[in-house]
Design a protein around this ligand. Structure first.
Ligand SMILES: NC(=O)c1ccc[n+]([C@@H]2O[C@H](COP(=O)([O-])OP(=O)(O)OC[C@H]3O[C@@H](n4cnc5c(N)ncnc54)[C@H](OP(=O)(O)O)[C@@H]3O)[C@@H](O)[C@H]2O)c1
Length: 268
């Protein structure tokens, strides 16, 4: 596994697994919870250690149970979860504390590696109090790294006005249908690590070009796509229910794209 360094001096794996349909009927985001975490079990068995969940996925507890039952030491994992922006979770400091403590219970752990605010909290007071409690949990050792998700440049600047601890990560959508290059540059310039959600979204045309590039390396379109992102410093969390694809995604890390191919992919 390759690691990236964060602005707080800690490091995180550059590739992990998403989980937003794990443990659910028909592998659907809104499906009923059915306790089937076989996809996560196979990912862990294959070597995935960064696992991305969220309170809104309703599967923190199943993720925690699967990690625990893997028998692998807690320190080997990098667990990410996210607090939703709704009042139910962020209306005051005590509510935020309860929300974070519930995540620790669900994930059956004493600490969470990365805790993100899932989406911008429009009310500035609530954003401030949520961030302050996240900072408090870092001070207590219950969270190691704090960050955000789907925060625009303006949202990041607003947070920067009062944050004592800078956000280390901004998890945003990035794939060939929407590279979000300007946004990513803004983060990289400020030492905020971009993490790409939905990294596999492509059109037939994209896959055709990526497959063509992949031929030169003996790699698939998906592997080329993931490598393009990790090679430019973006952490990726592809999600798959297929063990073969999970394996292929991990194997995107065992080659490097040429500068020329990197340029070609940027122009997709
Ligand atoms: N912060 C946010 O707001 C936010 C929003 C959305 C998602 N997320 C996180 O990001 C994670 C990833 O995003 P996502 O799940 O929406 O989408 P994704 O990972 O971009 O795409 C998942 C799709 O890609 C396919 N796939 C994966 N590997 C493949 C491969 N090697 N070859 C061919 N197809 C492959 C999967 O099919 P198979 O199952 O058949 O392999 C699945 O249909 C989520 O699970 C979640 O943890 C965060």
């Amino acid at each position: 596994m390759e690691y990236v360094r964060l602005n707080n001096g800690l490091s995180m794996p550059c590739l992990g697994t998403g989980t937003n349909t794990y443990g659910k009927e028909n592998d659907e985001y809104n499906g009923e919870l059915n306790g089937d975490f076989s996809a996560l079990e196979s990912a862990i068995e294959m070597g995935y250690r960064l696992i991305d969940t969220a309170i809104s996925y309703r599967n923190e507890a199943g993720v925690g149970k699967t990690v625990k039952e893997s028998g692998i030491e807690r320190e080997a994992f990098y667990l990410t979860t996210k607090i939703p922006p709704q009042d139910e979770y962020v209306k005051d400091k005590e509510t935020v504390r309860k929300t974070l403590d519930q995540s620790l219970l669900n994930l059956q752990t004493d600490y969470i590696d990365l805790y993100l605010i899932h989406k911008p909290i429009e009310d500035e007071d609530k954003l401030k109090l949520t961030w302050e409690v996240l900072e408090e949990f870092v001070a207590k050792g219950k969270i190691r790294t704090i960050g955000v998700s789907n925060f625009s440049n303006e949202d990041l600047e607003k947070l920067g006005e009062f944050a004592t601890i800078k956000p280390a990560v901004n998890q945003i959508k990035s794939n060939p249908t929407e590279w979000n290059n300007e946004w990513i540059k803004f983060m990289l310039d400020r030492d905020i690590r971009p993490q790409a959600w939905g990294p596999m979204k492509t059109t037939d045309k994209h896959r055709e070009t990526l497959s063509e590039i992949g031929k030169g390396y003996g790699k698939t379109w998906a592997q080329v796509l993931l490598r393009y992102q990790t090679q430019r410093g973006i952490v990726v969390i592809p999600k798959s229910h297929d063990p073969e694809n999970q394996k292929a995604n991990l194997e995107s890390l065992d080659f490097l794209l040429s500068d020329e191919d990197m340029k070609r992919i940027t122009q997709l």
